[in-house]
Design a protein around this ligand. Structure first.
Ligand SMILES: [Zn+2]
Length: 316
């Protein structure tokens, strides 16, 4: 079937002028169908080391330039270029977390000023849905994260979360200065995707992210179902499952962590999840699951210390 031509536009939002007078800008991508319809925003690389979402956006745009039948898809593929170039989560100069700086403030800190520009650009288009793309630990499974504290304000969020076809995880903390939380407060449905490992491009996780976005485009009737392909990276047992994020127990000893459970495996309460060994190889702590659950991921480092996080779980 021949679709209406899709108009593609690449532009920039001015961010700041550097000390060398260079213009620092945020790239903006737009794919617009001739036919009016829903508005979807995709945002990537809020955390400079989480570059997978940027590639998901590139791949989605390759598809929708042919198959978008109504509406507009906007994307900010690289929201934190200075963090990306410095291989850091935060904004390079100030070490601020951009995703703890929303809704932003045009007279505030550097991160708040950038957040303000992003937030204004998104809100003025009256989006149907905003999807913020992130990456998690190196060893973690993909999931859709739903903001805590939103049930009363927007049930659409839950409908879109179900349509993703991924494991659905309710966040444990209220992140009042995240992008998604602030959009939801304005009545704009928003979701966070956690698509596996940071730092590098894992093609399996990219496929999973692209599939989720295609599922959402289909739900909004922005593409035809004939352009869909099945989820490639999500074990079918997790599809449509809903859990709560849980990150205990923490380590109480110092030493070397060796894990007994892998991301995607289920655990029973009381089951051993990891052991911590001292420099002589003696076990100094055995960590056991506090609840029945599903392992979402484990930390990137082998080092344990009192209070260190070890593993994250989805629990019922
Ligand atoms: Zn992130």
């Amino acid at each position: 079937m021949r679709m209406n031509p899709v108009e593609l536009k690449y532009s920039f939002i001015e961010m700041l002028t550097g000390s060398d007078l260079s213009k620092r800008r945020l790239p903006v991508m737009v794919a617009k169908s001739k036919k009016k319809g829903p508005v979807l925003w995709l945002t990537g690389c809020m955390h400079g080391d989480e570059i997978g979402g940027t590639v998901v956006i590139h791949e989605v745009f390759k598809k929708i330039r042919k198959y978008l039948k109504q509406g507009t898809v906007y994307a900010l593929p690289l929201m934190n270029p200075s963090g990306f170039e410095n291989m850091s989560r935060t904004i390079a100069i100030t070490r601020e977390d951009l995703n703890r700086s929303f809704p932003g403030d045009k007279k505030g800190s550097l991160a708040q000023r950038i957040a303000h520009k992003i937030f204004e650009a998104i809100v003025k288009t009256k989006p149907t849905l905003v999807v913020d793309l992130h990456n998690d630990w190196n060893k973690s499974i993909p999931y859709v994260l739903i903001d805590n504290g939103i049930k009363t304000t927007n049930s659409n969020v839950c409908d879109f979360a179900s349509a993703c076809g991924l494991l659905q995880v309710w966040d444990k903390d209220v992140l009042a200065s995240s992008l998604t939380f602030n959009l939801i407060q304005k009545g704009i449905p928003a979701l966070t995707l956690e698509l596996g490992e940071s730092w590098i491009i894992n093609e399996k996780n990219i496929n999973s992210g692209v599939d989720v976005i295609l599922n959402l485009l289909k739900k909004m009737n922005m593409i035809t179902s004939g352009n869909m392909h099945p989820l490639s990276a999500t074990p079918s047992m997790f599809k449509h499952k809903k859990v709560h994020y849980f990150s205990l127990p923490l380590s109480s000893a110092s030493g070397i962590i060796r894990f007994n459970k892998k991301p995607g495996e289920t655990v029973k309460k009381g089951e051993r999840i990891a052991r911590i060994y001292n420099a002589f190889g003696k076990t100094v702590e055995t960590l056991t699951a506090l609840e029945d659950g599903l392992v979402l991921g484990h930390v990137d480092y082998a080092i344990a210390y009192p209070g260190a996080q070890v593993m994250a779980f989805g629990i019922g």
